[in-house]
Write a protein of this length. Structure first.
Ligand SMILES: Cc1cc2nc3c(=O)[nH]c(=O)nc-3n(C[C@H](O)[C@H](O)[C@H](O)COP(=O)(O)OP(=O)(O)OC[C@H]3O[C@@H](n4cnc5c(N)ncnc54)[C@H](O)[C@@H]3O)c2cc1C
Length: 413
């Protein structure tokens, strides 16, 4: 493992830093960044768009995208360096573009045609087009291949019927990557096909789901005889599983970033809190929790260094990135828990004028979702056991069975 930037990496960091210093201010540790990040106020979209355009014009959007598709043709290492620098600045983040930029377009680069990609790439880079991921269903979440939304060929079109759920950003998305079942006589992973869906097509209905944080981060999406032209198919008919895996690997890799509150923020709060028993930092139980969170944050930092070293040597990180997502979501939840405790009674209030603008209270409400989205803790543990440690596979009774013959209920139908 190498802790230093390569000479090229150091040069890239210097330029990225100069760009950020020119356009934004450094984020103070008590700014409550996480509170504003998840805000689904429509004005937040406009602010995020404006920043996305500035980034795109300066060449810091689509860093790893091919040059022929308006990207920079840069390396993943450069992308990580930019993100590390950007994380220190107070910019209008919002949660609008990450699916389009980070995992939908890279899926198109691999599985779509040039004409289709060119229709979208420039708009996605500048934040003018938003994408969502239409994978999970009531019948298929962790076991994604159990999904039931149907795709039936009709001339040059496909007709889609069914339902998706937990679709992040579906309510303001322009397009989505959809996976649907085109053949029930094949084993469950084999009869699937992926498409680009225009979210404004007739027959698409998006119903936001209200979460306990008060936001509607995700949605139910219903399809009633929705038509998709075959030219918007991704990959071959029946290759949907492979296409979906491209998207999911990009998703898990992206989720390793450190989400606020980070250690600096929780430590800052503890340093400035006096409990009934005295200064919070003198309390042995709080010191123990802080030490534990510090160790995890350091573990994440060094695991990220290991990934960066691998990338700088031209290697591709594999299933071990699941470790980062697993540790990160637990760290996030426990930091939010400790932060809310330190506020004592007011830890239950979530107001804009609260100390740190309700960062910890808000994180307390959204952090459980981090342990589910992009693969639950248990599924990530399975991945680590099977693909990193080489342990025996989880029991899979439906392996090789035609989808139509898999029992779905107590009657076996
Ligand atoms: C914030 C958030 C955003 C999301 N965004 C999207 C999105 O944009 N698009 C999208 O398609 N989906 C999205 N999802 C859905 C997400 O991918 C699913 O929630 C996830 O895959 C789990 O599926 P499920 O909810 O159906 O739970 P289930 O699969 O029903 O799991 C229920 C429980 O059983 C456990 N379990 C299941 N199988 C196993 C097993 N083999 N071994 C051990 N334990 C197991 C799980 O760990 C979990 O605890 C999002 C979810 C969240 C929370």
């Amino acid at each position: 493992m190498d802790f230093r930037d390569t000479p090229e990496g150091a040069e890239y960091r210097k330029k990225a830093r100069a760009f950020l210093e020119q356009h934004a201010q450094l984020e103070p540790p008590d700014s409550g960044r996480g509170y504003r990040d998840g805000n689904d106020d429509p004005a937040a979209l406009e602010r995020a768009r404006e920043w996305q355009r500035i980034k795109a014009d300066a060449g810091y959007a689509g860093i790893t995208w091919p040059r022929e598709y308006a990207g920079q043709g840069g390396t993943t290492l450069e992308q990580i360096i930019y993100e590390q620098e950007e994380a220190q600045f107070d910019i209008p983040r919002g949660n609008f573009f990450y699916i389009g930029l980070g995992w939908a377009m890279p899926t198109l680069f691999q599985w779509s045609n040039k004409e289709e990609i060119l229709k979208h790439a420039g708009k996605v880079l500048r934040g003018d087009e938003i994408w969502c991921q239409l994978f999970s269903e009531p019948a298929g979440g962790s076991d994604l291949a159990a999904l039931r939304t149907k795709a039936v060929r009709d001339g040059d079109d496909w007709i889609i019927n069914g339902q998706k759920i937990w679709t992040s950003g579906g309510q303001y998305s322009d397009f989505g990557i959809l996976v649907a079942r085109n053949d029930t006589t094949q084993a469950k992973h084999k009869g699937l096909t992926c498409f680009i869906l225009d979210m404004k097509s007739p027959g698409v209905e998006v119903r936001p789901i209200r979460q306990m944080s008060g936001d509607s981060h995700f949605n139910e999406v219903f399809f009633d005889n929705v038509r998709i032209p075959d030219s918007r198919r991704l990959g071959e008919v029946g290759d949907g599983w492979k296409v979906a895996m491209t998207t999911l690997m990009n998703e898990r890799y992206n989720l390793v970033e450190l989400v606020p509150p980070d250690f600096e923020q929780i430590f800052h709060l503890a340093q400035n809190t006096v409990l009934e028993s005295g200064p919070a930092l003198d309390d042995p139980a709080i010191r123990e929790k802080l030490a534990d969170l510090y160790c995890r944050a350091q573990g994440m930092t060094y695991t990220n260094f290991r990934t960066m070293s691998a990338l700088s040597q031209g290697k591709t990180p594999g299933p071990e990135v699941s470790i980062g997502k697993l540790v990160n979501s637990g760290r996030l939840q426990e930091s939010a828990d400790l932060g809310s405790d330190l506020f004592e009674q007011s830890g239950m209030l979530m107001e804009e004028d609260m100390p740190m603008r309700a960062l910890f209270q808000r994180a307390y409400l959204y952090s459980p979702g981090w342990r589910l989205g992009g693969g639950t803790d248990e599924i990530l543990r399975n991945t680590i056991a099977e693909r990193v440690l080489g342990l025996p596979q989880d029991v899979r009774l439906d392996k090789g069975v035609a989808f139509k013959d898999i029992p779905t209920g107590p009657t076996g139908n």
